[in-house]
Design a protein around this ligand. Structure first.
Ligand SMILES: N[C@@H](CCC(=O)N[C@@H](CS)C(=O)NCC(=O)O)C(=O)O
Length: 235
């Protein structure tokens, strides 16, 4: 059984998308990051970066003590290796390289840039045109990179749905809030609609609605206080 520490944000959805598609049994533990639950000693013991998602695998391959992990990319790769699904194995270096480069592209590019886009477009107390413009444009560039990549293959890593798609999809869901129009990216739009319609994606997002019925509502002033302006002494 996997314990998933989770909140209803793009990085959280990546892992429920995996677990639902793989059919791995899991327990969902809501960590309400707007209320500061990411700072409890119990959660920090698993996720010292005070960020969701994190997992504890109580039955690691080969036995032994439970394995705990934070960082969504590391979690996806760990689960792919555990199940032998959604990433080519080490014995197929070319196939694995396709998955890894797009997974890391999401982790180092699309996620952080779209995250800053959300911050400056929606949450920052002042509207700073330079910052908004920079991140809306960078998101646009990254969407263009995906669109080109998807012009001649169904999924980011090639023919098969992989952890690279699971990592990227939740960051394209809020495309309107990111100032993007999917009609400008026809191949990306086709990919997006394909993944959106998958039963496992529908189930993953249904779990989100169950855990946090207020998901998608404007962020409260209290939540902004918890989330923004953290320093080393906050924890
Ligand atoms: N690189 C991390 C980023 C995780 C992350 O930023 N999580 C956010 C929600 S999407 C969070 O937990 N924020 C809590 C906080 O800022 O205190 C990952 O991919 O797991």
């Amino acid at each position: 059984m996997i314990d998933l520490y989770y909140w209803t944000t793009p990085n959280g959805h990546k892992v429920t998308m995996f677990l639902e598609e793989a059919g791995l049994p899991y327990r969902l533990h809501g960590v309400n990051i707007g209320k500061g639950e990411q700072f409890t000693p119990e959660f920090l013991a698993i996720a010292p970066n005070n960020r969701i998602p994190a997992i504890v695998d109580n039955e690691p391959a080969g036995g032994g003590k439970p394995v705990s992990l934070f960082e969504s990319g590391a979690i996806l790769l760990y689960l792919a290796d555990k199940t032998g699904k959604f990433a080519a194995p080490v014995s197929d270096p070319a196939g694995r390289a396709e998955v890894l480069q797009w997974l890391f592209w999401q982790m180092g590019g699309l996620g952080p840039m779209a995250g800053q886009n959300h911050h400056f477009s929606q949450y920052a107390p002042e509207k700073i045109p330079y910052a908004i413009d920079r991140y809306v444009k960078e998101t646009n560039r990254l969407y263009g990179v995906m669109n080109k990549r998807l012009a001649d293959r169904p999924f980011l890593a090639g023919e098969s749905y992989s952890i690279a798609d699971m990592a990227s999809y939740p960051w394209v869901v809020p495309h309107e809030r990111q100032g993007q129009d999917l009609n400008d990216f026809p191949h990306l739009k086709r990919w997006f609609e394909t993944i959106k319609a998958m039963p496992s994606t529908v189930r993953a997002y249904a779990r989100a609605a169950e855990i946090n019925p207020a998901a998608g509502a404007p962020m409260s002033a209290d939540a902004k206080k918890v989330l923004f302006g953290q320093t080393a002494t906050r924890t």
